[in-house]
Ligand binder design. Structure first.
Ligand code: PEP
Ligand code: MN
Length: 336
């Protein structure tokens, strides 16, 4: 981090600031020019509050030269993190396919869907019981009953289950859930992220609708700083000016995330595009871009789905997508 001091800054105040920074275990290097002094700070600056430094009266400008996240940073943890969900792995060469309906609607629907996605090669079942909906009048999920039905499908198929937690008050219901999804809208629910840092379950952290990669990684840092290292990132598209798709799929997130962090990333072309016919090409693009997995919405009858039907593929279409995904995984040397 670099602090450029104002040209009017008295030397005594610069010396005091340097002492305070060094008292925090940081090293400083000052270079005094004709117009101003620049303080270079070396060490773990992740805990320094840049806004507080900017507020210091002698500071003209404060800039980070390294990332504000530490635990998720690839620089301090060079090996890929492999998230092990009771034997089913994602990351570090292991490819995970998470599939199922947007919302759990009935036993027949979720169990039937679980069997067909498993037969096609999915290794996780996902279904929503608590659904974040823009309209309060839309179907908001079967809630606790939905979780019971999801557990029935887990028992029948043996597939580990992924489902969204929308509020910490429901956490007690999630004991038998294998992976907790934090949806786009809760990506910056910091109280929730901090609490999930203390829970011993893998977290699927979706990217917020309008969040930068750095903000997303800071949210992962919240979870990891509580002691939970099992974080899987999920790119689900971001808001742009484009209206032809529901969101804009940021396929560059996959290689970028791999460069910046050791955490695995799965791609969700369903929410990114909102269109079932776009899932196959973008699932293929995701594998080629190096993603560690996919999340795809599958419904036995998309036309009748209570949520996100237009972006849901049929079990038959899912099986067809999986044929190509398996081939591409083989080409990319992914274990699947
Ligand atoms: C979902 O996964 O069904 C969902 C609502 O996704 P997102 O949080 O990405 O909008
Ligand atoms: Mn959905």
């Amino acid at each position: 981090m670099i602090i450029v001091c104002k040209n009017t800054a008295p030397q005594a105040k610069i010396d005091k600031l340097v002492k305070e920074l060094e008292a925090q275990g940081l090293q400083t290097h000052c270079s005094t020019g004709a117009l101003s002094t620049i303080i270079g700070i070396v060490g773990d600056t992740s805990k320094l509050d840049i806004e507080a430094l900017q507020a210091i009266d002698i500071a003209e400008n404060v800039q980070r030269v390294s990332e504000p996240y530490k635990l998720v940073n690839r620089k301090f943890h060079t090996d890929d993190t492999v998230v092990d969900v009771n034997g089913t792995k994602i990351g570090g060469g292991y490819f995970g396919v998470i599939a199922g309906p947007c919302s759990i609607e009935s036993e027949e629907q979720i169990v039937g869907c679980a069997k067909s996605v498993k037969a096609a090669g999915a290794n996780f079942l996902r279904g929503g019981a608590f659904k974040p909906r823009t309209s309060p009048y839309a179907f908001r999920g079967l809630k606790a009953r939905g979780l019971e039905l999801l557990l029935t499908a887990k028992k029948e198929t043996g597939l580990p289950i992924v489902t969204e937690l929308m509020g910490l008050e429901h956490l007690d219901l999630f004991n038998d859930v294998d992976v907790i999804q934090i949806g786009a809208r809760n990506m910056q629910n910091f109280e929730m992220l901090a609490e999930l840092g203390h829970c011993n379950k893998p977290i699927l952290l979706k990217r917020g609708l309008a969040n930068t990669i750095e903000e997303w990684l800071m949210s992962a840092e919240y979870i990891m700083s509580g002691g939970n290292n099992n974080v899987i990132l999920c790119e689900r598209g971001i808001r742009t000016f484009e209206t032809a798709t529901r969101n804009t799929f940021d396929v560059s997130a996959a290689p970028l995330i791999h460069k910046l962090t050791h955490l695995p990333i799965v791609m969700d072309p369903s929410h990114a595009t909102g269109k079932s016919w776009l899932i196959k090409p973008l699932a293929k693009a995701s594998v080629s871009a190096g993603a560690d997995g996919l999340m795809i919405e599958v419904h036995p009858n998309p036309e009748k789905a209570l949520c996100d039907g237009a972006q849901s593929v049929t079990p038959e279409a899912f099986a067809d997508i999986m044929d190509d995904v398996k081939m591409l995984c083989h080409f990319e040397h992914k274990m699947f």
